[in-house]
Design a protein around this ligand. Structure first.
Ligand SMILES: [Zn+2]
Ligand SMILES: [Zn+2]
Length: 81
C-alpha cells in the first residue's frame, strides 16, 4: 500500500498562493488541524471525511496574507512518494 502524504506538511515543496484581495504572496500557516480551536465544528466534517480509496486525499492548509491579514483555506492534494 502506498502511503500518501501532504507535500507541504512534510516540507517537500512549497505551494504559493496570491491573496485574493491584494495579490500579495500568502504564507502557509500549516494544516487546519492546527487551528481547530479557531474554527467552528462544521469544518470537522471536511477534515475527517475521506474519500474511499483515498484517491482524492487532501490536507487543508491555512494560508495567510502578510499584507492584509486575509486567511484562506486551500486543499492540498496528498500524494504518494
Ligand atoms: Zn498538509
Ligand atoms: Zn492580502
Amino acid at each position: 500500500m502506498l502511503k500518501s502524504i501532504c507535500p507541504l506538511c512534510n516540507g517537500l515543496y512549497e505551494i504559493k498562493y496570491n491573496c485574493f484581495s491584494c495579490n500579495a504572496k500568502m504564507t502557509d500557516e500549516g494544516p487546519i488541524v492546527n487551528f481547530m480551536d479557531d474554527y467552528s465544528p462544521y469544518l470537522l466534517d471536511e477534515i475527517t471525511s475521506k474519500v474511499d480509496g483515498a484517491e482524492r486525499d487532501e490536507c487543508i492548509h491555512i494560508f495567510r496574507c502578510p499584507n492584509c491579514g486575509t486567511r484562506e483555506r486551500f486543499s492540498i492534494e496528498r500524494k504518494a512518494f
